[in-house]
Design a protein around this ligand. Structure first.
Ligand SMILES: O=P(O)(O)OC[C@H]1O[C@H](OP(=O)(O)OP(=O)(O)O)[C@H](O)[C@@H]1O
Ligand SMILES: O=c1cc[nH]c(=O)[nH]1
Ligand SMILES: [Mg+2]
Length: 211
């Protein structure tokens, strides 16, 4: 597994506001959207392309365009949904699939409550979106499902990662073609399975009731 931490002052600036507990839901959603666009730039560095011939107003030349089959973008509901627009803005031809997953608050085990994506992902590049890589249970289960369907190149775009979760992914997904792109690897997980310093519950901060 490859892991890439995007080191850029704009990423750090937006992440700091996202972490701040005073940041309200509308601002949180806007910042998550902006941040994923910056991460997407890095995450799509190896997106597959093909050469095409075009005519400019002046001459003919060759350029590149995204190749077929189209990449698949899979947000993990709920919180990953807040990353979808920022990603498809950069990958407008992408197809979108959905995975609904929830982590049990006591056992911290992830389970899947909704799946809507192509059965056959053979030869497809897949970008899976989830703001938080905490214990790693959610992303490991999601990526196993994608690989079982035939995906041959999976990139997970996450806003924050815990070292414990990175380790679990490295162990459980060893030998699979997986890359993780994140804005930060934080210090640790706390006893409740939350990332420290983190940003709290990403789903609640995005979609929770206004205080
Ligand atoms: O790495 P893990 O320990 O598996 O935890 C990470 C998961 O926990 C959160 O989802 P949650 O279960 O809170 O669902 P939500 O997005 O609907 O709030 C988060 O959005 C990740 O999907
Ligand atoms: O810190 C964490 C860990 C898991 N899920 C979250 O939303 N936040
Ligand atoms: Mg949540």
């Amino acid at each position: 597994m490859r892991i890439h931490v995007v080191d850029h002052p704009l990423v750090a600036h937006k992440l700091t506001t996202l972490r701040d507990k005073r940041t309200d839901s509308p601002t949180f959603r806007r910042l998550a959207d902006e941040l994923v666009t910056l991460l997407a730039y890095e995450a799509t560095r190896d997106v597959r392309t093909e050469q095409v011939g075009i005519e400019t107003p002046v001459t003919t030349t060759t350029g590149v365009k995204l190749s077929h089959p189209r990449p698949l973008v899979v947000p993990i509901l709920r919180a990953g949904l807040g990353m979808l627009d920022g990603m498809v803005r950069l990958l407008p031809t992408a197809e979108v699939g959905f995975l609904g997953m929830i982590r049990n608050e006591e056992t911290l085990e992830a389970s899947t409550y909704a799946t809507r994506m192509p059965e056959d992902l053979s030869g497809r590049q897949v970008y899976v979106l989830d703001p938080m890589l905490a214990t790693g249970g959610t992303l490991v289960a999601a990526i196993r499902e994608l690989i079982e369907r035939g995906a041959d190149d999976v990139t997970a775009v996450v806003l924050l990662a815990a070292p414990e979760g990175v380790e679990v992914m490295e162990r459980d997904l060893a030998g699979t073609p997986v890359t993780v792109v994140t804005a930060s690897i934080d210090e640790r997980l706390n006893e409740d399975g939350y990332i420290v310093p983190g940003l709290g519950d990403a789903g609640d901060r995005m979609y929770g009731a206004a205080e």
